[in-house]
Design a protein around this ligand. Structure first.
Ligand SMILES: [Zn+2]
Length: 349
């Protein structure tokens, strides 16, 4: 029997490693008043400012912060319209260097014209054909033409992988279910689903990101309802770190707020669904500083931390430090990169 102190490596089923440098960024030109303005004034400015060096240090820092909290596998969703080609390899290589499993996708969008969409598709194809692990990414249906959605779905089918896309996160994307239903397949990753109708026809795993949804005030996805439509539910952070025990606790209280009879076993099941998406993480072992690694304890126990993390049999975290990389150096380089990113943001219109 496994020790009560151990679990397999935790999986973050939806991440944006590029946001690791964004903390402390300059304030947007004005205060966003809703989800669309949060995208326009914050995230769609940040992604335009990224170059390959910034992407590398954000991924190195993000991967380091994964090990700190026992997360050994990340399903990342990336966009960098001014540094598209090669970006997925930069992220995958950074994760591999630190010792974290990664699945990568480039979020295709028509926000930067048909040529931008073409470049995004090409980056997904280049990365996956060169042996990279991942999905074909779509930003979200509401920023794509039907032609782009069909091209992304077709590419994924040709390559034998799923599509990783935001779905109905805000009201602006409420038409996503209708537009994607005929294209979707069981291997798709559907992120958020806040504004999906109960009888949506989408196939795939629904990934719930409760902290992000609250932070963006988009509403509650009510993920328990997706059992009725046959969609497994998994948990992600949407880029706000990689602390999956914390995300599990938030998923639990958010569920509990809407249903006082709910059990922490339900969000634990969502967390566990990550192992179906990143099966390699089942072979990883995290030894925690807490002897009751089960849902009824963890729902009420903040501050549980790993003492040792093994990925594919190799110790990658022990005694509060990564074993393969120098944490102080990564933090210093990432802090320098963040200052450069902030200067670039200040220079954008
Ligand atoms: Zn996201």
């Amino acid at each position: 029997m496994a020790s009560p102190y151990t679990t397999p490596g935790l999986v973050c089923s939806h991440h944006h490693l590029y946001s690791a440098l964004a903390r402390g960024m300059p304030a947007p030109p004005r205060t966003p008043h809703g989800f669309l303005e949060i995208l326009e004034l914050i995230w769609w400015r940040l992604d335009r400012a990224l170059d390959l060096d910034l992407i590398r240090w954000s991924a190195m820092l993000g991967a380091l912060e994964c090990l700190e909290v026992g997360c050994t596998a990340v399903i990342d969703h990336h966009e960098s319209p001014n540094a598209t080609e090669g970006s997925l390899s930069v992220i995958a290589d950074a994760c591999a260097e630190v010792g974290v499993r990664a699945s990568c996708a480039y979020g295709v969008t028509d926000r930067h014209g048909a040529e931008g969409a073409r470049r995004g598709l090409a980056e997904n194809e280049r990365f996956l054909r060169s042996g990279g692990e991942g999905y074909v990414g779509i930003h979200a249906a509401f920023t794509c033409t039907d032609e782009t959605l069909e091209a992304a779905a077709g590419l994924a089918a040709d390559l034998g992988v799923g599509v990783h896309t935001h779905v109905a996160e805000g009201e602006a994307d409420a038409a996503a279910a209708e537009r994607l239903a005929a294209l979707s397949r069981p291997d798709w990753l559907l992120i958020h689903g806040v504004h999906l109708p109960d009888d949506h026809q989408l196939r795939g795993t629904l990934v719930h990101n409760p902290r992000s949804n609250m932070n963006n005030a988009v509403g509650y996805a009510r993920p328990a309802r997706f059992e009725a439509t046959g969609n497994p539910v998994a948990l992600g952070t949407d880029g706000i770190g990689s602390d999956m025990l914390d995300e599990f606790r938030i998923a639990y209280v958010r569920l509990r707020e809407s249903d006082v009879t709910a059990s922490p076993e339900t969000p634990w099941q969502w967390l566990s669904a990550g192992w179906d998406l990143m099966p390699g993480a089942r072979n990883d072992t995290v030894t925690w500083n807490y002897a009751a690694m089960e849902p009824w304890h963890l729902a009420f126990s903040p501050g549980v931390r790993p003492e040792r993390v093994e990925v594919a049999g190799e110790v990658v975290w022990a005694d509060g430090q990564p074993t393969r990389v120098d944490a102080a150096e990564i933090r210093a380089k990432a802090a320098e990169a963040a200052q450069r990113l902030f200067r670039r943001l200040d220079e954008l219109d």
